[in-house]
Design a protein. Structure first.
Length: 541
């Protein structure tokens, strides 16, 4: 008896045993229903998102459809939306919004005045280092120089390489500069991108296509530490691949290597490590992740977007580091932001590969368009030649010695702040930060109270969740005389006051942020984030 006949016989016998004799059409109906039900159940159980999360999402979605709850949620979200919009209005200091094009063009002098007025909006004194990260270097003479460079190349576009070969030469030189910084050999290569997010997205796209074309992986999986940048999640969402987040070691706040290895399957597209990660400034064991990549023949990406341009110069500046770059045979790609500690204007980053075969998978190529053959190295087609020229000029301006000196100053400041904080009662430092980020927590009081108090003193720090914390990303601005000492003293003063009443509840905006970290329905948290983004586009209608 062949397999088909055997299957039909089994189906008929099963139906008869369960339901008694049936007509052929009834058997077909029951069999078809069973098959469809089995397929639905199979898909439901084996979707990328866990069964628990899908059941939780489904439950909250149904609850929010109940009229009473729906109305309450709409009322609360309206309050939150208005709160964000009011904050935008407050930060613009009553500046009139222009919502229609003027009938006549405005003079250059008047426009420059308006631009300067707009740029002075906001309440934080960022030029004096009262912020965490965001602005990594500020020097008016350098800005004037780079503005001149950008202006010279502002009309150029590397998409037209035959028209602007000089811009393409600059981009190629930037890539080679950075390849050499991270110890790539003659096979190493890369491209410039618009920022760290695009660099990461490009790496994920490259490995998705490489895995599909070279290894036949149709249902690819990206494995990342839970502390990895959300750009990996964005890439997974964009490219339709699954992403698995590996828990961190609770003592070191670096990825649990055993859990990472256990997550590897034949569908794994890439392994990811951060050097350092954004939340805590700690660095994953890249040497061990590289070894996993070699063992299972899986590409390894190292995210150096945040601190790469400090880490690359730390050995020459006198600070020891574990291996993390192309010196490790298993490392196949690195993302590093030239617009952070490379001090280039915003809008530039580099994605590097150990071999052109990976970069080829990053490219997009169309051969059947009536307009001709089309190919682009990154997401964008047209790109700003001005940004490329300004990035190139920045790297050339600082040179090796400039970056080494800057690294010494930043790391000296970071070490001073960290040592001071570790000696304070009531707070702790997450793990052992590698480069410039210091994350702070507390087991005695809600750490968001410290953030709130520092904010009232003019400091803007980053807030963390799961677990809650705050961090300061030390930049060159903090190396100015007195800035780091003032930060430490302001923090100490706030800490003394908080420890007098450690159990006081949060109030104001930080209370809302703290509450969002505890909400089981993460779709509501997502909606809150969307309202915040909406507020960025506020204009009176």
């Amino acid at each position: 008896m062949d397999l088909v006949s055997s299957s039909l016989s089994f189906t008929k016998n099963t139906v008869n045993n369960l339901f008694g004799p049936r007509e052929p059409w009834q058997v077909a109906s029951i069999t078809a229903s069973g098959i469809l039900t089995s397929i639905w159940l199979w898909n439901f159980l084996l979707q990328d998102e866990s069964l628990y999360n899908r059941l939780k999402t489904f439950t909250f979605t149904q609850i929010k459809k109940i009229p009473k709850f729906k109305k309450k949620i709409e009322e609360e979200t309206k309050i939150i939306s208005d709160l964000f919009e009011n904050e935008i209005i407050e930060n613009t200091k009553g500046e009139k919004y222009i919502i229609e094009l003027p009938s006549q063009g405005i003079s250059q002098d008047e426009l420059i005045k308006t631009v300067n007025r707009y740029l002075n909006l906001g309440k934080y004194n960022w030029k004096e280092g009262f912020i965490s990260g965001a602005i990594y270097y500020y020097d008016e003479k350098l800005i004037q120089f780079l503005t001149q460079v950008y202006g010279l190349a502002s009309y150029t576009n590397p998409l037209h390489s035959d028209i602007f070969p000089g811009i393409c030469k600059m981009e190629a030189e930037v890539v080679r500069f950075v390849v050499n910084l991270f110890h790539g050999d003659s096979n190493a290569c890369g491209t410039m991108t618009s920022g760290g997010t695009e660099s990461i997205i490009m790496a994920c796209k490259a490995y998705r296509d490489f895995g599909r074309n070279e290894h036949g992986i149709k249902n690819g999986v990206i494995i990342v530490p839970r502390s990895a940048h959300p750009a990996f999640d964005k890439a997974a969402s964009y490219f339709g691949v699954r992403i698995i987040h590996i828990d961190l070691n609770p003592e070191t706040f670096t990825v649990d290597l055993k859990k990472m290895e256990n997550a590897i399957t034949k569908n794994t597209l890439m392994l990811v490590g951060s050097f350092p990660n954004f939340p805590y400034g700690t660095s994953d064991d890249i040497k061990a992740i590289s070894a996993l990549g070699l063992k299972y023949n899986i590409p390894v990406h190292v995210d150096c977007c945040l601190g790469g341009f400090i880490a690359a110069f730390m050995p020459q500046a006198g600070f020891s580091l574990p291996p993390f770059d192309f010196n490790l045979a298993g490392v196949t790609s690195i993302s590093a932001d030239t617009h952070k500690y490379g001090y280039a204007p915003k809008g530039s980053s580099v994605i590097l590969y150990s071999n052109k075969k990976y970069r080829h998978s990053q490219y997009y190529v169309s051969t059947e368009w009536p307009g001709g053959h089309y190919g682009s190295p990154t997401v964008s087609g047209s790109r700003s030649g001005g940004i490329i020229a300004a990035c190139w000029a920045t790297l050339m301006y600082f040179g090796m010695n400039g970056y080494i000196t800057s690294t010494k100053e930043i790391m000296g400041t970071k070490i001073f702040i960290e040592e001071q904080l570790r000696n304070m009662e009531g707070i702790f430092i997450f793990g052992n930060p590698t480069t410039s980020v210091i994350a702070i927590g507390s087991n005695i009081f809600n750490i968001y109270r410290l953030s709130d108090g520092l904010n009232a003193r003019g400091w803007n720090l980053n807030t963390l969740q799961f677990p809650i914390g705050i961090h300061i990303c030390v930049t060159h601005l903090h190396t100015k005389p007195g800035v780091a000492s003032l930060f430490v003293e302001d923090l100490r003063k706030e800490l003394i006051e908080i420890l007098k009443t450690p159990n006081v509840e949060l109030t104001g905006k930080m209370a809302m942020y703290g509450m969002s970290a505890t909400l089981p329905d993460r779709t509501i948290v997502g909606d809150i984030t969307r309202y915040f983004i909406d507020a960025m586009y506020y204009t009176p209608t």
